[in-house]
Design a protein. Structure first.
Length: 136
């Protein structure tokens, strides 16, 4: 199992436990994108795994799309905290949030993400972990 497949598996296990799914929820595409596979799911995820520099720095896990059936109950913060731990484990240095809207850009700023160009945000894994540790 390669590193990207291991990350997919960890995210799958996390989502299955958090949202009480019995079957696998995510898959890895040939171009290293993790996506949820079920329609009408409680979670919708599209995550890019990138080792090379693009608009985002190299070694970045990029959340391109994430939404939850129930909003404002902590699912987003909990997932980003989990993602920071996963990124650290696999040597990724950054987490990005791509193509934000008003809600997601506000969420990104609240967690300490820095704007790249007003619609894309990035934070170092180290700073994100520090943010969660300081929150208690």
């Amino acid at each position: 199992m390669n590193e990207y497949e291991e990350i997919r598996k960890e995210i799958d296990i996390y989502l299955m436990k958090r949202f009480k799914y019995r079957r696998s929820l995510v898959r890895l595409t040939p171009d290293n994108i993790i996506v949820t596979t079920r329609r009408n799911s409680r979670v919708d995820l599209y995550l890019r795994i990138r080792k090379v520099k693009s608009l985002f720095p190299p070694d970045c896990l990029i959340v391109a799309r994430i939404s939850f059936n129930k909003e404002r109950v902590g699912h987003g913060s909990h997932f980003v905290k989990f993602l920071a731990g996963t990124a650290l484990k696999y040597g990724f240095k950054y987490i990005g949030i791509e193509s934000t809207n008003d809600k997601s850009s506000s969420f990104a700023r609240k967690l300490g993400f820095q704007s790249i160009d007003c619609s894309n945000y990035v934070i170092s894994v180290e700073n994100l972990i520090s943010y969660f540790q300081n929150r208690g």
